[in-house]
Design a protein around this ligand. Structure first.
Ligand code: FDM
Length: 218
């Protein structure tokens, strides 16, 4: 008997406004998947460790100014430089849990005047598509109760409100095409959010068997 095709990993994204708890929950999901015997790893964008990531970091920390469209392309390039690694991990059976991806790319850039959603989506078209997008939703008001935003460029109340609205619009727009968004009420105890996400994560890992890795926005 020949073994069937190796079971691939799932590609699970966490998206949301600042202070919604994405990073905490993404790490908790990786741990619980590993405890259940799955291969899983944490990844985040922007990846500030690469040369492109250094440029992005300087922009976010306000040490350098970069044109809005130019920085949008850098964020996208920062994903493309990880593309083959993501595909290899998924093919090898590792579930990739990712803190922000192209949806953040669009939500943040298209919240600026003059940048359309369509223009913002184009550079990321063709990247590995997620099997699930967990949108950790919290009002900006409630997010701010968790402590003031920091000093980075986008950590401003008004801008974050616009970003949340853009995220919700992207989710709405995707409804017809069956993209697997899941809205999570993030204004709860860490433990109960974790329980909900663990159930979703476990079922997604089971569902990808035999399913090809998709291609973003194409
Ligand atoms: N961000 C993140 C973008 O503007 N575009 C992108 O493509 C991505 C991935 O960068 F304000 C923004 C979102 C956030 C900042 O913050 C990165 P964290 O705290 O490292 O996630």
């Amino acid at each position: 008997a020949t073994a069937g095709p190796a079971k691939r990993g799932a590609f699970i994204l966490f998206e949301g406004v600042d202070r919604c708890g994405k990073t905490t929950q993404a790490n908790l999901l990786v741990e619980s998947l590993k405890q259940a015997g799955h291969d899983a790893c944490f990844m985040r964008f922007p990846d500030r460790t690469t040369p492109i990531g250094h440029m992005i970091n300087g922009f976010l920390r306000n040490t350098t100014d970069i044109d809005d469209r130019c920085v949008h392309l850098l964020f996208s390039a920062n994903r493309w430089e990880a593309e083959s690694k993501i595909r290899e991990l998924l093919k090898a059976g590792t579930t990739v849990v990712c803190d922000r991806y192209a949806y953040s790319g669009v939500a943040f850039s298209a919240s600026k005047p003059g940048l359309s959603v369509r223009w913002c989506k184009d550079p990321d078209r063709g990247l590995p598509a997620p099997d699930k997008i967990l949108f950790l939703d919290i009002s900006v008001e409630d997010a701010m109760k968790r402590g003031q935003f920091g000093e980075e460029r986008y950590e401003k109340e008004e801008f974050q409100r616009t970003v949340r609205a853009t995220f919700l619009a992207l989710m709405e727009e995707d409804k017809a095409s069956g993209v697997a968004w899941q809205l999570i009420d993030a204004n709860r105890e860490i433990g109960s959010i974790q329980d909900e996400i663990q159930k979703i994560g476990t079922s997604v890992v089971g569902e990808v068997e035999g399913k090809e890795i998709g291609s973003l926005w194409s």
